[in-house]
Design a protein around this ligand. Structure first.
Ligand SMILES: NC(=O)c1ccc[n+]([C@@H]2O[C@H](COP(=O)([O-])OP(=O)(O)OC[C@H]3O[C@@H](n4cnc5c(N)ncnc54)[C@H](OP(=O)(O)O)[C@@H]3O)[C@@H](O)[C@H]2O)c1
Length: 329
Protein backbone atom coordinates (compact mmCIF):
# COMPACT_ATOMS: atom_id res chain seq x y z
CA UNK A 1 0.00 0.00 0.00
CA UNK A 2 1.00 3.66 -0.28
CA UNK A 3 1.52 5.21 3.08
CA UNK A 4 2.97 8.25 4.85
CA UNK A 5 5.94 6.61 6.50
CA UNK A 6 7.75 8.17 9.45
CA UNK A 7 11.40 7.19 9.64
CA UNK A 8 12.73 9.66 12.24
CA UNK A 9 11.11 11.00 15.40
CA UNK A 10 10.25 14.67 15.12
CA UNK A 11 10.51 14.70 11.31
CA UNK A 12 7.57 14.72 8.83
CA UNK A 13 6.54 11.43 7.21
CA UNK A 14 6.85 10.97 3.44
CA UNK A 15 4.74 8.92 1.03
CA UNK A 16 6.29 5.54 0.16
CA UNK A 17 5.36 1.91 -0.45
CA UNK A 18 4.78 0.15 2.89
CA UNK A 19 3.89 -3.50 3.62
CA UNK A 20 0.17 -4.30 4.06
CA UNK A 21 -0.72 -5.72 7.47
CA UNK A 22 -2.33 -9.16 7.37
CA UNK A 23 -5.71 -8.87 9.15
CA UNK A 24 -6.46 -11.21 12.03
CA UNK A 25 -9.92 -12.81 12.49
CA UNK A 26 -11.17 -9.80 14.51
CA UNK A 27 -9.71 -7.14 12.20
CA UNK A 28 -11.27 -5.03 9.47
CA UNK A 29 -9.53 -3.52 6.47
CA UNK A 30 -10.61 -0.01 5.44
CA UNK A 31 -9.86 1.80 2.18
CA UNK A 32 -8.99 5.22 3.63
CA UNK A 33 -10.48 8.29 1.92
CA UNK A 34 -9.64 11.08 4.40
CA UNK A 35 -7.38 11.42 7.43
CA UNK A 36 -6.49 14.54 9.42
CA UNK A 37 -3.16 15.58 10.90
CA UNK A 38 -3.78 16.47 14.55
CA UNK A 39 -1.66 17.56 17.55
CA UNK A 40 -1.69 14.00 18.96
CA UNK A 41 -0.10 12.68 15.73
CA UNK A 42 2.80 15.08 16.13
CA UNK A 43 3.14 14.48 19.85
CA UNK A 44 3.38 10.70 19.36
CA UNK A 45 5.74 11.04 16.40
CA UNK A 46 8.03 13.35 18.37
CA UNK A 47 9.09 10.37 20.47
CA UNK A 48 8.70 12.48 23.61
CA UNK A 49 5.08 11.69 24.53
CA UNK A 50 4.08 9.86 27.68
CA UNK A 51 3.28 6.84 25.46
CA UNK A 52 7.04 6.42 24.82
CA UNK A 53 8.93 6.67 21.53
CA UNK A 54 7.22 4.59 18.80
CA UNK A 55 9.36 2.03 16.97
CA UNK A 56 10.42 3.16 13.47
CA UNK A 57 9.42 3.09 10.71
CA UNK A 58 5.67 3.42 11.28
CA UNK A 59 2.62 4.99 9.65
CA UNK A 60 1.15 7.77 11.83
CA UNK A 61 -2.50 8.82 11.93
CA UNK A 62 -4.74 8.29 14.96
CA UNK A 63 -8.03 8.37 12.99
CA UNK A 64 -9.53 8.28 9.55
CA UNK A 65 -12.59 7.87 7.35
CA UNK A 66 -13.07 5.33 4.58
CA UNK A 67 -15.00 2.42 3.14
CA UNK A 68 -14.91 -1.11 4.49
CA UNK A 69 -12.93 -3.46 2.27
CA UNK A 70 -13.35 -6.47 4.58
CA UNK A 71 -14.92 -6.83 8.02
CA UNK A 72 -16.29 -9.64 10.21
CA UNK A 73 -19.38 -7.50 10.96
CA UNK A 74 -20.00 -4.84 8.31
CA UNK A 75 -20.75 -5.17 4.57
CA UNK A 76 -18.07 -4.18 2.09
CA UNK A 77 -18.42 -0.51 1.12
CA UNK A 78 -19.85 0.64 4.49
CA UNK A 79 -18.75 4.20 5.23
CA UNK A 80 -16.87 4.27 8.53
CA UNK A 81 -14.84 6.46 10.88
CA UNK A 82 -12.12 4.66 12.82
CA UNK A 83 -9.51 5.46 15.48
CA UNK A 84 -6.07 3.87 15.64
CA UNK A 85 -3.40 3.60 18.32
CA UNK A 86 -0.57 4.62 15.95
CA UNK A 87 2.30 6.14 17.91
CA UNK A 88 0.76 5.04 21.22
CA UNK A 89 1.13 1.28 20.67
CA UNK A 90 2.91 -0.80 18.00
CA UNK A 91 1.19 -0.77 14.61
CA UNK A 92 0.35 1.50 11.72
CA UNK A 93 -2.19 4.30 11.53
CA UNK A 94 -4.56 6.00 9.12
CA UNK A 95 -2.22 7.96 6.81
CA UNK A 96 -2.25 5.23 4.17
CA UNK A 97 -4.41 3.96 1.34
CA UNK A 98 -5.45 1.07 3.59
CA UNK A 99 -5.82 0.67 7.36
CA UNK A 100 -6.11 -2.57 9.31
CA UNK A 101 -7.98 -1.95 12.59
CA UNK A 102 -9.86 -4.02 15.17
CA UNK A 103 -13.36 -4.49 13.78
CA UNK A 104 -14.92 -3.44 17.10
CA UNK A 105 -13.37 0.03 16.70
CA UNK A 106 -15.22 0.88 13.46
CA UNK A 107 -18.04 3.42 13.65
CA UNK A 108 -20.47 2.89 10.77
CA UNK A 109 -21.77 6.24 9.54
CA UNK A 110 -25.53 5.98 8.92
CA UNK A 111 -27.25 7.34 5.78
CA UNK A 112 -28.61 10.35 7.72
CA UNK A 113 -24.99 11.64 7.78
CA UNK A 114 -24.56 11.46 4.00
CA UNK A 115 -24.32 15.28 3.77
CA UNK A 116 -21.32 15.38 6.11
CA UNK A 117 -18.35 14.92 3.78
CA UNK A 118 -15.52 12.50 4.54
CA UNK A 119 -13.05 15.39 5.10
CA UNK A 120 -15.43 17.10 7.55
CA UNK A 121 -15.95 13.86 9.49
CA UNK A 122 -12.17 13.43 9.56
CA UNK A 123 -11.61 17.05 10.62
CA UNK A 124 -13.99 16.67 13.56
CA UNK A 125 -13.12 13.15 14.73
CA UNK A 126 -11.39 12.80 18.08
CA UNK A 127 -11.28 16.56 18.76
CA UNK A 128 -15.06 16.81 18.41
CA UNK A 129 -15.55 13.75 20.61
CA UNK A 130 -13.38 15.36 23.27
CA UNK A 131 -15.18 18.71 23.16
CA UNK A 132 -18.57 17.01 23.40
CA UNK A 133 -17.61 14.71 26.27
CA UNK A 134 -15.87 17.49 28.20
CA UNK A 135 -19.12 19.49 28.16
CA UNK A 136 -21.67 16.71 28.61
CA UNK A 137 -19.79 14.20 30.79
CA UNK A 138 -16.94 15.84 32.71
CA UNK A 139 -18.43 19.33 33.14
CA UNK A 140 -22.09 18.22 33.15
CA UNK A 141 -23.06 21.49 31.51
CA UNK A 142 -26.57 22.63 32.46
CA UNK A 143 -28.86 24.87 30.39
CA UNK A 144 -28.47 28.52 31.39
CA UNK A 145 -24.82 28.19 32.45
CA UNK A 146 -21.96 30.39 31.26
CA UNK A 147 -19.07 28.74 29.41
CA UNK A 148 -15.54 29.98 28.70
CA UNK A 149 -13.69 28.17 25.89
CA UNK A 150 -9.91 28.61 25.85
CA UNK A 151 -8.06 28.03 22.56
CA UNK A 152 -11.42 28.47 20.84
CA UNK A 153 -9.99 28.73 17.31
CA UNK A 154 -8.80 25.10 17.30
CA UNK A 155 -11.04 22.17 16.43
CA UNK A 156 -11.72 21.29 20.09
CA UNK A 157 -12.52 24.94 20.75
CA UNK A 158 -14.75 25.42 17.70
CA UNK A 159 -16.83 22.36 18.56
CA UNK A 160 -16.98 23.41 22.22
CA UNK A 161 -18.30 26.89 21.34
CA UNK A 162 -21.04 25.49 19.11
CA UNK A 163 -21.90 22.51 21.32
CA UNK A 164 -22.16 24.69 24.44
CA UNK A 165 -24.74 26.80 22.64
CA UNK A 166 -26.61 23.72 21.37
CA UNK A 167 -26.64 22.33 24.93
CA UNK A 168 -28.30 25.50 26.21
CA UNK A 169 -25.46 27.66 27.58
CA UNK A 170 -26.66 31.22 28.21
CA UNK A 171 -23.34 32.84 27.26
CA UNK A 172 -20.26 31.44 25.52
CA UNK A 173 -17.03 33.42 25.80
CA UNK A 174 -14.00 32.47 23.70
CA UNK A 175 -10.32 33.20 24.32
CA UNK A 176 -7.80 32.76 21.49
CA UNK A 177 -4.26 33.68 20.59
CA UNK A 178 -4.04 34.61 16.87
CA UNK A 179 -6.27 37.08 15.01
CA UNK A 180 -7.34 34.24 12.73
CA UNK A 181 -8.37 32.08 15.68
CA UNK A 182 -10.35 34.99 17.14
CA UNK A 183 -12.19 35.44 13.81
CA UNK A 184 -12.91 31.71 13.70
CA UNK A 185 -14.34 31.73 17.23
CA UNK A 186 -16.58 34.66 16.29
CA UNK A 187 -17.74 32.80 13.17
CA UNK A 188 -18.63 29.79 15.33
CA UNK A 189 -20.95 31.97 17.40
CA UNK A 190 -19.04 33.04 20.51
CA UNK A 191 -20.81 35.91 22.31
CA UNK A 192 -17.48 37.58 23.10
CA UNK A 193 -13.89 36.88 22.10
CA UNK A 194 -10.90 37.76 24.29
CA UNK A 195 -7.38 37.88 22.82
CA UNK A 196 -4.73 35.81 24.60
CA UNK A 197 -1.67 38.09 24.60
CA UNK A 198 1.93 36.83 24.77
CA UNK A 199 3.57 37.19 28.21
CA UNK A 200 0.44 38.57 29.86
CA UNK A 201 0.16 37.77 33.58
CA UNK A 202 -2.64 35.80 35.20
CA UNK A 203 -4.18 38.80 37.01
CA UNK A 204 -4.30 41.00 33.89
CA UNK A 205 -5.80 38.22 31.75
CA UNK A 206 -8.34 37.37 34.45
CA UNK A 207 -9.44 41.02 34.47
CA UNK A 208 -10.03 41.05 30.71
CA UNK A 209 -11.81 37.69 30.79
CA UNK A 210 -14.07 38.90 33.62
CA UNK A 211 -15.00 41.99 31.59
CA UNK A 212 -16.18 39.73 28.73
CA UNK A 213 -18.20 37.45 31.02
CA UNK A 214 -21.61 37.97 32.52
CA UNK A 215 -20.71 37.16 36.14
CA UNK A 216 -19.04 33.98 37.42
CA UNK A 217 -18.13 31.22 34.96
CA UNK A 218 -19.76 27.80 35.37
CA UNK A 219 -17.63 25.78 32.91
CA UNK A 220 -14.18 26.31 31.40
CA UNK A 221 -13.11 24.13 28.44
CA UNK A 222 -9.32 24.16 28.59
CA UNK A 223 -7.05 22.65 25.93
CA UNK A 224 -4.24 25.09 26.89
CA UNK A 225 -3.38 24.95 30.65
CA UNK A 226 -0.67 27.42 31.83
CA UNK A 227 -1.57 31.08 32.44
CA UNK A 228 -4.94 30.96 30.59
CA UNK A 229 -6.14 28.09 32.83
CA UNK A 230 -4.83 29.78 35.99
CA UNK A 231 -6.60 33.02 35.08
CA UNK A 232 -9.86 31.29 34.13
CA UNK A 233 -9.93 29.30 37.38
CA UNK A 234 -10.04 32.53 39.39
CA UNK A 235 -13.37 33.38 37.71
CA UNK A 236 -15.15 30.09 38.42
CA UNK A 237 -18.42 30.53 40.25
CA UNK A 238 -19.80 28.36 43.03
CA UNK A 239 -19.47 24.70 41.96
CA UNK A 240 -17.73 25.83 38.75
CA UNK A 241 -15.78 23.26 36.72
CA UNK A 242 -12.59 23.70 34.70
CA UNK A 243 -11.89 20.70 32.49
CA UNK A 244 -8.37 20.39 31.14
CA UNK A 245 -7.79 18.25 28.05
CA UNK A 246 -4.53 19.58 26.66
CA UNK A 247 -1.39 21.57 27.38
CA UNK A 248 -0.86 23.61 24.20
CA UNK A 249 0.23 26.63 26.31
CA UNK A 250 2.11 24.92 29.19
CA UNK A 251 2.45 21.68 31.16
CA UNK A 252 1.74 23.35 34.51
CA UNK A 253 -0.75 25.86 35.92
CA UNK A 254 -1.21 27.48 39.34
CA UNK A 255 -4.48 27.30 41.29
CA UNK A 256 -5.18 28.89 44.67
CA UNK A 257 -6.43 26.50 47.34
CA UNK A 258 -8.50 29.17 49.10
CA UNK A 259 -10.35 30.07 45.90
CA UNK A 260 -11.12 26.46 44.98
CA UNK A 261 -12.28 25.60 48.51
CA UNK A 262 -14.40 28.66 49.02
CA UNK A 263 -16.19 28.17 45.67
CA UNK A 264 -16.40 24.35 45.83
CA UNK A 265 -14.77 24.60 42.40
CA UNK A 266 -13.36 21.62 40.48
CA UNK A 267 -10.29 21.22 38.29
CA UNK A 268 -10.86 18.10 36.20
CA UNK A 269 -8.84 16.14 33.65
CA UNK A 270 -10.06 14.53 30.46
CA UNK A 271 -8.74 12.04 27.90
CA UNK A 272 -10.57 10.29 25.06
CA UNK A 273 -8.50 7.22 25.92
CA UNK A 274 -10.62 6.67 29.03
CA UNK A 275 -13.93 6.43 27.13
CA UNK A 276 -15.64 3.14 26.46
CA UNK A 277 -16.13 2.33 22.79
CA UNK A 278 -19.86 2.99 23.18
CA UNK A 279 -19.32 6.39 24.84
CA UNK A 280 -16.87 7.40 22.13
CA UNK A 281 -19.09 6.24 19.26
CA UNK A 282 -22.22 7.90 20.66
CA UNK A 283 -20.34 11.18 21.15
CA UNK A 284 -19.08 11.14 17.54
CA UNK A 285 -22.52 10.38 16.13
CA UNK A 286 -24.16 13.07 18.28
CA UNK A 287 -21.80 15.72 16.96
CA UNK A 288 -22.10 14.50 13.36
CA UNK A 289 -25.91 14.66 13.56
CA UNK A 290 -25.62 18.36 14.43
CA UNK A 291 -23.19 18.73 11.52
CA UNK A 292 -25.69 17.03 9.18
CA UNK A 293 -28.37 19.48 10.34
CA UNK A 294 -26.03 22.39 9.54
CA UNK A 295 -25.68 23.40 13.20
CA UNK A 296 -22.03 22.51 13.73
CA UNK A 297 -18.88 22.66 11.61
CA UNK A 298 -15.13 23.22 11.84
CA UNK A 299 -12.64 24.97 9.56
CA UNK A 300 -10.63 22.50 7.52
CA UNK A 301 -8.64 22.30 4.31
CA UNK A 302 -8.26 19.27 2.06
CA UNK A 303 -4.67 18.51 1.07
CA UNK A 304 -3.47 15.97 -1.55
CA UNK A 305 -1.92 12.87 0.04
CA UNK A 306 1.40 13.48 -1.70
CA UNK A 307 1.72 16.79 0.19
CA UNK A 308 1.73 15.06 3.58
CA UNK A 309 5.21 16.32 4.53
CA UNK A 310 4.24 19.95 3.83
CA UNK A 311 0.96 19.60 5.73
CA UNK A 312 2.74 17.93 8.66
CA UNK A 313 5.30 20.76 8.80
CA UNK A 314 2.50 23.38 8.71
CA UNK A 315 0.76 21.69 11.65
CA UNK A 316 4.11 21.52 13.48
CA UNK A 317 5.01 25.19 13.06
CA UNK A 318 1.50 26.52 13.77
CA UNK A 319 0.95 27.94 10.28
CA UNK A 320 -1.84 25.49 9.38
CA UNK A 321 -4.59 27.86 10.68
CA UNK A 322 -7.27 25.18 10.10
CA UNK A 323 -7.44 21.39 10.34
CA UNK A 324 -5.52 19.85 7.43
CA UNK A 325 -7.17 16.72 6.05
CA UNK A 326 -5.34 14.45 3.63
CA UNK A 327 -7.38 13.25 0.69
CA UNK A 328 -6.36 9.62 0.20
CA UNK A 329 -7.48 7.11 -2.40
N1 LIG B 1 -7.49 14.86 26.00
C1 LIG B 1 -7.98 14.46 24.83
O1 LIG B 1 -8.57 13.39 24.70
C2 LIG B 1 -7.81 15.37 23.65
C3 LIG B 1 -8.53 15.15 22.48
C4 LIG B 1 -8.37 16.04 21.41
C5 LIG B 1 -7.46 17.10 21.53
N2 LIG B 1 -6.76 17.23 22.69
C6 LIG B 1 -5.78 18.32 22.86
O2 LIG B 1 -6.45 19.56 22.83
C7 LIG B 1 -5.58 20.53 22.26
C8 LIG B 1 -6.31 21.21 21.09
O3 LIG B 1 -6.60 20.25 20.11
P1 LIG B 1 -7.22 20.71 18.72
O4 LIG B 1 -7.58 19.51 17.98
O5 LIG B 1 -8.22 21.76 18.94
O6 LIG B 1 -5.93 21.37 18.04
P2 LIG B 1 -5.84 22.45 16.90
O7 LIG B 1 -7.06 22.43 16.06
O8 LIG B 1 -4.52 22.27 16.26
O9 LIG B 1 -5.88 23.86 17.67
C9 LIG B 1 -4.90 24.20 18.56
C10 LIG B 1 -5.24 25.62 19.05
O10 LIG B 1 -4.40 25.85 20.17
C11 LIG B 1 -3.96 27.17 20.10
N3 LIG B 1 -2.68 27.28 20.74
C12 LIG B 1 -1.57 26.55 20.49
N4 LIG B 1 -0.57 26.95 21.31
C13 LIG B 1 -1.07 27.94 22.08
C14 LIG B 1 -0.55 28.75 23.10
N5 LIG B 1 0.73 28.62 23.52
N6 LIG B 1 -1.35 29.67 23.67
C15 LIG B 1 -2.61 29.82 23.27
N7 LIG B 1 -3.19 29.08 22.28
C16 LIG B 1 -2.41 28.16 21.69
C17 LIG B 1 -3.87 27.51 18.63
O11 LIG B 1 -4.09 28.89 18.55
P3 LIG B 1 -3.65 29.77 17.29
O12 LIG B 1 -4.68 29.47 16.24
O13 LIG B 1 -3.74 31.14 17.80
O14 LIG B 1 -2.27 29.34 16.92
C18 LIG B 1 -4.99 26.67 18.02
O15 LIG B 1 -6.17 27.44 17.86
C19 LIG B 1 -4.31 19.81 21.84
O16 LIG B 1 -3.36 19.95 22.87
C20 LIG B 1 -4.75 18.36 21.75
O17 LIG B 1 -3.69 17.47 21.98
C21 LIG B 1 -6.92 16.41 23.74
Amino acid sequence: MRAAVLTAHGRPPTVAEHPDRVPGPDDAVVAVTAAPIVPLDLLCASGTSYFGAPALPYVPGVQGVGRVRSSPSLPEGTRVWFPTTAGMAPGDGSLATEACVPDAELVALPDELVGVTDPLVAAMGLSAIAAWMVLTWRARLQPGEQVLVLGAGGVVGQVAVQAARLLGARRVVAACRSEHAQETARARGADAVVALLPDEGQVELAGRLAAACDGPIDVVVDPLFGVPASAAATLLGRRGRLVNLGSSAAEAAVFGSGYLRSHTASILGYTNNDLTTTERNEALLAVLRYAAAGDLTVSHRVVPFDDVALAWAAQADGSARERLVLEIG
